[in-house]
Design a protein around this ligand. Structure first.
Ligand SMILES: Cc1cc2nc3c(=O)[nH]c(=O)nc-3n(C[C@H](O)[C@H](O)[C@H](O)COP(=O)(O)OP(=O)(O)OC[C@H]3O[C@@H](n4cnc5c(N)ncnc54)[C@H](O)[C@@H]3O)c2cc1C
Length: 448
């Protein structure tokens, strides 16, 4: 890599030490910078649920040298959509050739394992660059956008060259940047439950972990009811996301982490659900509400030397399983923009390019996630299963596909945006990171 003559080492402050905060700390320490992460909690409340990482996220974990085995993932082999009542498969998307096609697997992690895997890479002595520092019990209260000074509720303050707001869906940094979200509670509610695979097997129930699949019940009928099952911890834990219409139970103001809800509350909305999965839910534990709010895209995600990353910058509905991947992609973009090849010392220019690279892509995924909430045919993977008898999508040319997610080349996208900013010609055969001539299953050819 040739060094850009204006490159300089930055003192970076990251507000929020979740999945995105840890990821950006890894990316920026590798790019040569000094990183401090400020986290409001002490992580005692990390959510006990699965989180998926498709190839577009996994590729960065490998590029950064993260020890993925520490996350104890299940490598997914299929996406299965089942009939609500009978459990018979309705639409199946095989992932058998996924790694061969895209170079990386589709991982399903447990959040706590994924978080600690990323934390080890961000803070550990091993790996490129200076280990990041983590200061817990540092809740950001304010940032002076002129002086770049962060003040914390514990009375301390810190100055940084570059500040990244990775403080999640309720972001304080977002408000400090003057962004007021247009948001409304989702039409659907969600309760999450964990099922211990061994216990299910002991009771003679189906061993869904054997499928190594992300499995869905319902979703074809244009209704809000849907069960999503993801196996994690090498199959030992089954993580169930149970969606139902909000008028059957409103959890939009209840936070995760309180006492477990009673199991009757979990089963109540589902009188007609496939008995096999209902029996699993009846032994569900740690039943927690997941507050779901729909946010419209934000007009900008940076100002001065401060930017937003992950859910702080683009919260999305969970129905494309891309929230964590998008946070990882954001981190990757900052890691590239501030590396020795591309960063010329102009922080404002790098953050403007960051916004141009990230906003269109995350907005597209955000919109597709909102559509997939009530129509599973809009979900990446199922979106190309046109032979499914009940297949129907809003606009076949606009469906989001695995090709668009995984054929994307972020380096080329960044080069294109930086060339425009620096007045130099861009000769790559890519448009917004997608190769010219790529035929998407939606019938669109890139550049045509
Ligand atoms: C139950 C659940 C299941 C999910 N499943 C999936 C999935 O299967 N696939 C997927 O891709 N995505 C999933 N997501 C979404 C995904 O977890 C998020 O998109 C992803 O974690 C975003 O990372 P983040 O770093 O932006 O936010 P978070 O991981 O939420 O981290 C934000 C951090 O900021 C800290 N913080 C907040 N305010 C402050 C402050 N003022 N000062 C300092 N620190 C602060 C918080 O304590 C937290 O540690 C799921 C989310 C939940 C809750």
């Amino acid at each position: 890599m040739t060094m850009n003559s204006g490159w300089k080492r930055l003192n970076v402050g990251v507000v929020g030490g979740g999945i995105g905060g840890m990821s950006v700390a890894i990316a920026l320490r590798r790019a040569g910078h000094e990183v401090t992460i400020y986290e409001r909690s002490d992580f005692a409340g990390e959510v006990g649920a699965s989180v998926s990482c498709a190839a577009n996220g996994t590729r960065w974990l490998h590029e950064w040298g993260v020890d993925v085995a520490k996350g104890d993932p299940v490598v997914l082999k299929k996406l299965i959509n089942r009939d609500w009542k009978t459990g018979e498969p309705v639409s199946v998307y095989s992932l058998d050739d996924y790694e061969k096609r895209w170079g990386y697997v589709y991982n399903m992690f447990h959040r706590q394992y994924m978080h600690s895997m990323l934390k080890d890479s961000a803070l550990g002595d091993e790996g490129e660059g200076t280990p990041a520092k983590l200061l817990v019990n540092h809740k950001c209260r304010d940032i002076n956008l002129q002086s770049n000074e962060i003040t914390f509720e514990n009375g301390t303050s810190a100055h940084h060259d570059l500040i990244i707001g990775a403080d999640g869906i309720g972001s304080a940094v977002r408000g400090i940047l003057g962004i007021r979200p247009e948001k409304r509670p989702s039409e659907s509610s969600c309760l999450h439950a964990n099922v211990d695979t061994d216990e299910a097997v002991r009771l003679g129930l189906v061993d869904y972990s054997q499928d190594s699949a992300l499995e869905y019940w319902g979703g074809q009928e244009g209704k809000w009811d849907k069960i999503v099952l993801s196996p994690c911890n090498n199959g030992k834990l089954l993580s169930y996301y149970c969606f139902f219409p909000r008028d059957q139970g409103d959890y939009s103001t209840q936070a995760w982490g309180a006492e477990s809800r009673p199991v009757e509350e979990l089963l109540k909305p589902y009188p007609h659900l496939d008995r096999q999965v209902l029996q699993h839910l009846s032994i569900g534990k740690e039943i927690q509400p997941w507050r779901l709010w729909v946010h419209d895209p934000y007009p900008y995600i940076h100002q001065g030397s401060v930017c937003l990353l992950g859910d702080a910058g683009h919260p999305m509905m969970p129905h494309q399983s891309q929230g964590a991947c998008m946070a990882i992609e954001d981190a990757a973009a900052l890691g590239i923009l501030f590396n020795k090849q591309y960063f010329n010392g102009d922080i404002g220019q790098a953050l403007a390019a960051y916004e141009e690279v990230r906003l269109p892509r995350v907005t597209r995924v955000q919109a597709a996630a909102a559509k997939a909430a009530y129509n599973i045919n809009e979900r990446i993977g199922f979106s190309v299963n046109k032979d499914t008898p009940t297949y129907k999508v809003e606009d076949p040319k606009k469906v989001l596909t695995i090709e668009e997610m995984n054929a994307y080349d972020m380096y080329r996208d960044i080069e294109e945006k930086l060339a425009a900013k620096r007045g130099s010609p861009y000769t790559g055969k890519f448009i917004c990171g997608l190769p010219i001539g790529l035929e998407l299953p939606s019938g669109i050819t890139i550049g045509a």
